[in-house]
Design a protein around this ligand. Structure first.
Ligand code: NI
Ligand code: MN
Length: 228
């Protein structure tokens, strides 16, 4: 069984689980760091944390072209359905989507969530993906919150945390989050895409090494981490 994580820039990732592709928060069109184009991707499933354009810009196009299942909250599911997406699974915090090759349990996130056209996107989310004997927490866009301790009780292999600050938690709170979550590995995201969220990944990794028991995995857009 294999589980690899490829960063496409910002909060966009591809999880490859034994050859099955899950696309997370596709923001390729309009992303200056995008390591792929929407046309290059053929996921079976798209997971969407919240409605902001820097997480959803390519959802509808990819879902329509590939027939991928879009897993997201109730309000976003209604929106995507109205846009012509045919294959949607709606899930809210505490709920789990159970698929053939993975499960995804929806969590809370503290942020906001409206589509670029102003449509309300419901509450923002994160999720815990369980697949190939591994457990990966994708925090989405969020501040630090103490219930991360509960999420961390389930033996996480990876935590994926925003570190850009301004719109989400920044570096210092990502260290606190890592202490609450206790993952084996921590991957930074949602930084360097735009000037307001520039961070030094190497300095962040030094802090993780110094202050937590997790191993930092700093990727460049396009890089793949093989989770073993
Ligand atoms: Ni956002
Ligand atoms: Mn964002």
């Amino acid at each position: 069984m294999s589980f690899t994580i490829r960063w496409l820039g910002h909060s966009a990732f591809v999880f490859d689980i034994d050859g099955h592709n899950i696309l997370v928060d596709p923001f390729l069109t309009g992303n200056p760091l995008a390591a792929a184009q929407a046309d290059d991707l053929s996921p079976e499933v798209i997971l969407v944390s919240h409605a902001h354009g820097d997480h959803t810009s390519d959802v509808v196009e990819i879902a329509k072209r590939t027939g991928a299942l879009v897993v997201c909250n109730f309000e976003m599911g209604n929106y995507f359905t109205a846009q012509g997406v045919e294959n949607v699974f709606q899930v809210n915090p505490g709920g789990t989507y159970s698929g053939d090759f993975f499960n995804a349990k929806w969590t809370v996130a503290f942020h906001s969530s409206s589509f670029p056209d102003g449509t309300y996107g419901g509450q923002p989310n994160g999720f815990v993906v369980t697949a190939a004997g591994k457990r990966v927490y994708f925090a989405g866009d969020t501040s630090l919150f103490s219930d991360m301790k509960l999420i961390g009780e389930d033996a996480l292999d990876v935590a994926m945390l925003p570190i850009g600050d301004v719109f989400t938690m920044g570096v210092e709170d990502s260290i606190k989050a890592t202490k609450l979550l206790c993952p084996r590995y921590v991957i930074p995201m949602h930084y360097n895409t735009f000037p307001p969220i520039v961070q030094d990944g190497a300095q962040w990794a030094e802090m993780v090494n110094r202050e937590t028991s997790a191993q930092p995995i700093v990727l460049d857009p396009g890089d793949t981490f093989n989770l073993e």
